[in-house]
Design a protein. Structure first.
Length: 313
């Protein structure tokens, strides 16, 4: 594989091996060294980007499933900084179709202007989202989620993301209450579904079906499927949350296409992207506590986590 040319025996070449499995990393590095090349190992995607920048390797051997940042994202960043050949290593031929999602303790609001760190939020959101994905998948909703990898990571299928945010409102709150002058807490005659065009430069504007089609974001068939799945998700989740004493006020979801063109739910549902109100006390248990400086933000997330997963902290 690493047949060195006459030239490479004169100038020792450097190979950056990016592999989180130590035995495999050592075996590859030894094989490279035996060829008279220099090998350096990085064990996660972020360190690989850093190492590639300082080492300026002649070749990168990259695993795909890596902690912190997956191999495909690391490759993109390395090549963007300096063109270098990258050999993608994968034990399974479908690994390129997977991504690792990491949940952090950072919380943001108002287009990321307001920002803070909430202890264990990543752990709570990963557990909440994994449980919701599991419930939905069991009820026949296609989801990109594959498995919970660690306290703060999950493995999901890579999708071609559809840039539409779909918002479901069972109770009027937030932007709809403000925009239409409706008091928060009013229950609409019919559940409302809003579409927003996911485009930060434009401020994620509210759009309708005609806009979504005119912009070429989805086909008519895909849009119908998105509405069908969204309705089904709501029908499944409302009673689940009611059963644990929580009103699912509203939530936002996104969808993506798998390589076969089918539509899957590709966005998590957590207190970051949904409103949860305690049925008994009316207490808000979601990101609104942070938006409105209500305090006890982590407590809200923890309550959803404990009630949904049955976990005791
Ligand atoms: P919405 O009331 O439209 O906006 P805001 O939260 O700014 O008042 O939000 C409805 C729900 O959708 C709410 O639970 C938050 C979620 N959401 C997101 O997670 N991301 C978004 O970009 C938007 C617009 C909403």
């Amino acid at each position: 594989m690493l047949n060195s040319s006459a030239q490479s025996t004169v100038i020792p070449r450097t190979v950056l091996v990016v592999e989180d499995e130590p035995t495999l990393a050592t075996a590859i590095a030894q094989r490279i060294t035996a060829e008279g090349w220099t090998a350096r190992v990085a064990s996660d995607g972020a360190s690989a980007v850093q190492a590639a920048s300082t080492l300026r390797p002649d070749l990168v051997i990259m695993d795909i499933m890596l902690p912190v940042m997956d191999g495909l994202e690391a490759t993109k960043r390395i090549v963007a900084e300096r063109p270098v050949p990258v050999l993608i290593l994968t034990a399974r031929d479908d690994e390129a179709d997977k991504v690792i999602i990491e949940y952090t303790d950072t919380i943001t609001a108002y287009y990321k202007i307001k920002r803070a760190v909430i202890k264990d939020k990543g752990l709570y959101c990963n557990a909440i989202s994994s449980e919701i994905f599991r419930i939905l998948a069991n009820a026949g909703v296609p989801v990109h989620f594959m498995e919970k990898l660690s306290d703060t990571e999950q493995v999901c299928r890579r999708v071609d993301a559809i840039p539409i945010e779909v918002i479901v409102r069972n109770v009027i709150a937030g932007s709809m209450a403000q925009r239409l002058g409706i008091e928060e807490g009013v229950i609409p005659a019919k559940t409302v579904i809003d579409l927003c065009y996911k485009n930060e430069d434009l401020g994620d504007p509210l759009i309708n079906d005609f806009h979504a089609l005119a912009l070429g974001l989805v086909s008519e068939k895909e849009l119908a499927e998105i509405y069908r799945l969204t309705g089904k998700i709501n029908d499944i989740l409302v009673p689940i949350f009611k059963g644990i004493g929580i009103t699912l006020v509203d939530f936002k979801v996104e969808f993506g296409r798998l390589p076969d063109g089918s539509i899957v739910l590709s966005d998590d549902i957590t207190p970051d992207s949904a409103r949860f109100w305690d049925i008994e006390t009316g207490m808000k248990l979601d990101k609104d506590r942070f938006r409105h400086d209500n305090g006890k933000v982590g407590q809200g997330y923890k309550t959803i986590y404990e009630r949904l997963t049955g976990a005791e902290c």
